[in-house]
Design a protein around this ligand. Structure first.
Ligand SMILES: [Zn+2]
Length: 241
C-alpha cells in the first residue's frame, strides 16, 4: 500500500488514454514489448488497479467494483477512491503517469504560462523517455517516429492546454506505403488484366490456326465444285460455236 500523494488523477487518466490510444497503437509498440525501465506502461500507473475497477452504472453513474457504490460523476468517484480505497494502490504500480503529460501532449494539461526554458527541459525529458521506451537499436523506425511526433513538436505555440495532436501526420512505414485495401485492388486489377491478356492471346492463336486450316479446304471445295459444274455441262457448251 502507498499514498497517491499529489499525483493528479485526471492528468494520469489523460496520459493513460494517450498511451493506449496512440503510443501503443502502432505496429511493434505493444505493452508487453516495453522495456522494464519504461514508465509508459499503463499497468505501472499507480491508479491502474483502481481505474480498472470502475464500471458504468445506471443513469450515467460510475460504479465502484470494490464496494458497489455508484457516483454521479467521475469527480466524486475519484474522491471516493482517495478516501476509501487507498489500500488498492498496489506496491508494484508506482508510476505517476501525470508526470509525463507535458511530453505526451495531454488534453487535460492545466494552462500555464509557457517559458522557452521549460520547453527545452520537456524536450530533453521527452527524448530520454522515448530513448528508454523505444531504444533506437531495437526499432529505429519507431524511435525516430516518436521523437519526431512528440519531442520535436513541443513548443510554446499551442501550449497552455490546447491540444496538439502529434499524430496529425499519419504514421507510415515502408510496408505500409500501399494500404492493405490498395494492395488488394492492385492485385485484383493485375489478375484481371492477366486473364484478359491470356484469353485474348488464346483467341488470337486459335483464330489464326482456324484460318490457316480453312484456307486450303475452302480452295479445295471451290475447285471441286467448279470441276463438278464443268463435268455436268455438255462438252460442246464449253466452247462458243
Ligand atoms: Zn468503493
Amino acid at each position: 500500500m502507498r499514498s497517491s500523494g499529489h499525483c493528479d488523477r485526471s492528468a494520469s487518466r489523460a496520459a493513460t488514454t494517450e498511451i493506449e490510444s496512440n503510443v501503443l497503437s502502432l505496429d511493434g509498440a505493444h505493452v508487453d514489448q516495453l522495456p522494464e525501465n519504461c514508465p509508459l506502461n499503463p499497468h505501472k500507473g499507480m491508479y491502474h488497479y483502481q481505474e480498472s475497477n470502475q464500471r458504468p452504472g445506471r443513469q450515467k453513474t460510475v460504479k465502484c467494483a470494490f464496494c458497489g457504490k455508484s457516483f454521479k460523476s467521475q469527480f466524486y468517484m475519484d474522491r471516493h477512491m482517495d478516501l476509501k480505497h487507498e489500500d488498492k494502490l498496489l506496491s508494484n504500480a508506482t508510476v505517476c503517469l501525470a508526470d509525463y503529460c507535458d511530453v505526451l501532449h495531454c488534453q487535460s494539461q492545466t494552462p500555464v504560462a509557457c517559458r522557452e526554458e521549460d520547453i527545452k527541459h520537456s524536450q530533453l525529458r521527452c527524448r530520454a523517455l522515448f530513448d528508454r521506451c523505444f531504444p533506437i537499436d531495437a526499432d529505429k523506425r519507431l524511435h525516430d517516429f516518436y521523437l519526431h511526433h512528440y519531442c520535436d513538436t513541443l513548443s510554446c505555440r499551442g501550449a497552455g492546454g490546447e491540444k496538439r495532436s502529434p499524430f496529425s501526420q499519419p504514421y507510415s512505414s515502408p510496408a505500409d506505403d500501399a494500404a492493405p485495401g490498395g494492395r488488394i485492388v492492385l492485385i485484383s486489377v493485375l489478375v484481371v488484366f492477366l486473364i484478359v491478356y491470356y484469353a485474348a492471346m488464346l483467341y488470337s492463336r486459335r483464330e489464326t490456326a482456324t484460318r490457316r486450316d480453312l484456307r486450303p479446304l475452302r480452295n479445295t471445295r471451290q475447285a471441286g465444285l467448279w470441276s463438278s459444274i464443268l463435268r455436268m455441262l455438255p462438252r460442246g457448251q464449253n466452247h462458243h460455236d
